[in-house]
Design a protein around this ligand. Sequence first.
Ligand SMILES: CC(C)(COP(=O)(O)OP(=O)(O)OC[C@H]1O[C@@H](n2cnc3c(N)ncnc32)[C@H](O)[C@@H]1OP(=O)(O)O)[C@@H](O)C(=O)NCCC(=O)NCCS
Length: 160
Amino acid sequence: MRPEGERDVDAAVKLLAEVTIEGTGVATQWPFDLGARARTARDALLQRRNVGWVALDGHRLVGELVVFEIDRDEPEFGMIVAATHRRRGIGAALLEHAIAWAQAAGKPALALRVFPENLGARALYERLGFVEVELQRGAVARRDGPPRDALIMRRPSAPG
Ligand SMILES: CC(C)(COP(=O)(O)OP(=O)(O)OC[C@H]1O[C@@H](n2cnc3c(N)ncnc32)[C@H](O)[C@@H]1OP(=O)(O)O)[C@@H](O)C(=O)NCCC(=O)NCCS
């Protein structure tokens, strides 16, 4: 596991494509333009608007967590783990890096959006101290149907 760098971006976007094709957990929809996505992600990393970590199995990138717009008080993150590598603690380890980063950066909290039916991801977040804040109905636009609900969760950096 290491901080995400420029060299990781193409593999991370390829992993996002794989997870997106599953069609369940992430808001990004397939198909999307991998090249454009990689350019946007690379620019955000280089300009330090985003920060991320990647998990590797040998040379293969099998997990990624990105905190977006890190100048916000309560930045949001997104994360993906390869289907072949789930339930091995990779997601939890990535998230622990993000939580430690938020604390070190003096952020009051870290937040995320999750589809309410994504019970696996919700279980992970709850286990690491995230609590449900708000259900936003119809917040996630879909190309192929009605918008989906999003559950906002947050984890305060300091207890209480
Ligand atoms: C959600 C996701 C990132 C979890 O990654 P992971 O590496 O499998 O998670 P971990 O192995 O670290 O899980 C840690 C704990 O979280 C909970 N958990 C994770 N996935 C779970 C699942 N599918 N069902 C129930 N609990 C789950 C469990 O408590 C698990 O501990 P355990 O395996 O000892 O029971 C991964 O399933 C994924 O990429 N899914 C598709 C994309 C996605 O949904 N991203 C999140 C968008 S908000």
